[in-house]
Design a protein around this ligand. Structure first.
Ligand code: AMP
Length: 418
């Protein structure tokens, strides 16, 4: 199937061809025709499935058609499409996609996000923007300063909506919604569909078309997943050994905390592996530089927290390591979605130490699949060890969940559990 059969004009099809896209991905096939009809959409699609183009292309086409009917007057056009994203990295990435896909038109995209000074963003908005890509907090700042007016908005997108809720943006979203016209098209994209997402969708969307290209909450199909049980204090040694012995050149390593990211990166450097930590305490400039060095192959291991890694689009990334399993089971899907992108193969390796089994169990509930566990030769865990005291409560919680499940009670709680 080609892009033109989805209803896209030849100008857009040519741009995609120039970019090397041969055929639409599953989410693009399902979403583009529906969005072009002007309907609301709620789509379950992970990062890496081509979801950005799935909403950007039909929005651009609708704006383009409207502008050619109304004529491109010299007046500054008000914002007609708003994309809300949870992180600045994702905002930049979505903005770049809009710019690429709108190449042949005069439609203009502007991105606004926190962590950098307001002035250049205010200046960019002064000359007008058709599409605004924004993180919620910075958008509110700009709205309060009257630097942005959303009264003519026609299209609203929530990208990675599950993440926006996890990061506590709900109040910001409610405040933004008060300034947005009710007569609009609303699109909600989310890697996972939790009860909270369904509740949110009821207040935002009108009779949405539900698009689920991947089975609900399944991990990226092409990603091979492996879990190794290893003692906590031998994880770093195992990681450095795997990277060295398997000659992995570009590895994204996930940890839970900012401090943990800094410490691990430093220790890996001592092991002779060029590593760098990125997390929310690093400046925007430092994060961008780090990411660029990783992309260029100057940094071999990028050690990241979940928040910092959202929105990273690294083509060809083959290896993801969960140095620590996430507390939020859905984060596992986001993490491993960093590899196996756009049809490439990927490997996701997870380290699990004694007492962390309950985290894997929650991940398996979300995946609706069992992951095979093994020991890495030479790094077999010491099973005679005491479970660390700070994990004992978690173990009790695990036992409770097992009991509940055995008695048929639904646990369904994949939120932060310790
Ligand atoms: P996304 O899920 O939007 O983050 O996209 C993941 C990656 O896939 C991005 O690098 C896109 O440039 C790329 N991509 C999107 N659509 C296609 C397509 N139809 N064919 C090839 N690559 C694509």
């Amino acid at each position: 199937m080609g892009f033109s059969s989805l209803g896209l004009h030849s100008e857009f099809v040519q741009t995609l061809k120039d970019k090397g896209y041969e055929s639409p991905t599953a989410v693009q096939q399902a979403a583009i025709p529906v969005i072009l009809k002007g309907l609301d959409v709620m789509a379950g699609a992970q990062t890496g499935t081509g979801k950005t183009a799935a909403f950007a292309l039909p929005i651009l086409q609708q704006l383009w058609e409207k502008n050619s009917v109304e004529g491109e007057s010299g007046n500054i056009r008000p914002v007609q499409a708003l994309v809300l994203t949870p992180t600045r990295e994702l905002a930049q990435q979505v903005h770049r996609s809009f710019k690429t896909y709108a190449k042949h038109s005069s439609l203009k995209s502007v991105a606004v996000y926190g962590g950098v000074s307001l002035k250049p963003q205010i200046d960019a908005l002064k000359t007008g923007a058709d599409i605004l890509v924004a993180t919620p907090g910075r958008l509110l700042d700009l709205m309060q300063k009257r630097s942005v007016n959303l009264s003519a908005l026609k299209h609203l997108v929530f990208d990675e909506a599950d993440r926006m809720l996890d990061l506590g943006f709900i109040i910001d979203i409610q405040r933004i919604m008060k300034k947005i016209p009710a007569d609009r098209q609303t699109l909600l994209f989310s890697a996972t569909f939790t009860d909270e997402i369904f509740t949110l969708s009821k207040t935002l969307l009108k009779k949405p078309e539900l698009i689920e290209v991947d089975a609900r909450n399944t991990a990226a199909e092409r990603v091979e997943q492996a879990v190794y049980m290893v003692d906590e204090d031998r994880k770093r040694e195992l990681l450095s050994y795997m990277i060295g012995s398997k000659n992995w050149q570009q590895v994204l390593v996930f940890v839970r905390t900012k401090e943990g990211a800094d410490i691990l990166a430093k220790e890996m450097i001592k092991d002779g592996i060029k590593a760098l930590a990125i997390h929310g305490d690093k400046s925007q400039g430092a994060r961008e530089r780090g990411l660029a060095e990783f992309k260029e192959g100057k940094v071999r291991a990028l050690v990241a927290t979940d928040v910092a890694a959202r929105g990273l689009d690294i083509q060809q990334l083959q290896y993801v390591v969960n140095y620590e399993l996430p507390y939020i089971a859905e984060d596992y899907i986001h993490r491993i979605g960093r590899t196996g992108r756009a049809g490439n193969e990927g490997l996701a390796v997870s380290f699990m130490s004694l007492g962390e089994e309950y985290l894997l169990e929650e991940i398996e509930v979300v995946l609706d699949n069992r992951l095979s566990q093994s020991w890495y030769p030479g790094f077999e865990p010491d099973m005679t060890r005491e479970v660390p005291s700070n994990r004992k409560n978690s173990r009790n919680a695990q036992k409770r969940r097992f009991k509940d499940r055995a008695s048929g009670k639904k646990t369904g709680n994949h939120r932060r559990s310790s």
